[in-house]
Design a protein around this ligand. Structure first.
Ligand code: ACO
Length: 311
């Protein structure tokens, strides 16, 4: 019964064990996971748009096939994560509806435009780099289906990060115009990539409980700090400047001091008023509506097959 279930749940969390779909779990734990996993899935699906826009314009056949594979990986991540969320008792249809109705969140980062090819490099290096920092600890999330999904996702994210770095490296070894294009993309993506980690710890309503449940393993600020420490030496190899004049290593703390993040911009994007929120959402809604006939045909085919099998 629920009492035994609760004791078992508490003991499993205490022992850093795994909770599986059929185990008893507190309603709050279930709700938190549905919230985080569905937001994460939506981010992967919406995240296909900024890069999808460059598939037809990639500068070579090789670049095009790499980009195509990467965008397909993101679709795969979204589907994995929707499946993980479904084990908690929400349907894919419900989640999709929340997204197209504008009721579900997805990562702030995907509301920014990608005007140049260098943006493909900056997204891989900065956005996927931030995603790895945030997601490697999620491989140890207490909920089994989420943690296991993250393992493969993180391997693919590492490849995405490398390919972005390599795009920027190629541009930085190119002409003046290519170097300027790479620096401009880094200037535009640096601060939004820091915002991916979420609000500062003293303004993060979900962190304490999610950490107590072993869903989150590190705080938003800890992971942001770790990310910046990873970027600094890589920026030096690339020869790009990180656009924060206050960024410097602090010998006493052993960490990087940073300039203030523009939290007004972050909250504006979360409120739906970022550069491209409306377009991203509309695009997803159109794709969903235009794909209705495919879903109907697949369902009709499945019904016909199961009727035949039963006969
Ligand atoms: N973009 C949009 N919303 C955000 C962001 C962001 N960058 N950061 C925080 N928020 C939202 C939270 O979802 C939460 O909203 P809600 O309560 O309405 O759900 C609110 O801001 C307050 O933030 P926190 O209390 O810090 O929320 P939480 O504990 O969920 O931490 C975090 C946020 C770190 C993003 C966490 O949910 C997480 O690790 N998610 C999984 C990773 C993920 O979703 N990555 C997506 C981008 S990476 C990629 O897809 C390539």
């Amino acid at each position: 019964d629920a009492l035994d279930g609760e004791a078992m749940f508490d003991a499993l969390i205490e022992a850093d064990g795994r909770i599986e779909p059929r185990d008893w779990m507190p309603e709050g734990y279930r709700r938190t996971l549905i919230r985080q996993i569905s937001q994460h899935a939506h981010s992967e699906i919406i995240g296909m748009q900024p890069e999808g826009a460059w598939i037809t314009r990639a500068p070579s056949l090789k670049r095009k096939s790499i980009l195509l594979a990467k965008v397909q990986d993101e679709a795969g991540h979204g589907l994995y994560l929707y499946s993980a969320a479904q084990t908690l008792g929400i349907t894919r249809d419900e989640m999709t509806q929340q997204l197209v109705d504008g009721k579900a969140r997805y990562s702030s980062i995907f509301n920014y435009p990608t005007p140049t090819w260098a943006d493909m490099g900056a997204i891989g290096w900065l956005v996927d780099g931030a995603a790895i920092c945030n997601q490697v600890p999620l491989c140890r999330a207490s909920y089994g289906p989420y943690g296991r999904a993250m393992v493969r996702i993180c391997k693919e994210e590492s490849f995405h990060q490398r390919q972005g770095f390599e795009i920027l490296l190629t541009l930085m070894r190119g002409t003046d115009a290519q170097r300027e294009m790479a620096q401009d993309a880094v200037d535009r993506w640096y601060w939004p990539s820091l915002m991916m980690f979420g609000p500062p710890d003293d303004d993060s309503p979900n962190s304490a409980q999610s950490m107590a449940w072993n869903i989150k393993r590190f705080s938003n600020d800890e992971l942001r700090q770790r990310f910046v420490s990873m970027l600094v030496p890589q920026a030096a190899v690339l020869g790009v400047t990180l656009p924060d004049p206050e960024l410097r290593y602090n010998d006493e703390t052993g960490q990087y001091d940073m300039g203030e993040i523009d939290w007004t911009e972050f909250h504006e994007v979360l409120a739906g008023r970022g550069p491209l929120n409306t377009m991203r959402r509309q695009h997803r809604r159109d794709a969903h509506e235009e794909g209705a006939w495919v879903r109907e045909a697949a369902a009709a085919y499945a019904a016909k097959k199961s009727a035949k099998a039963a006969a």
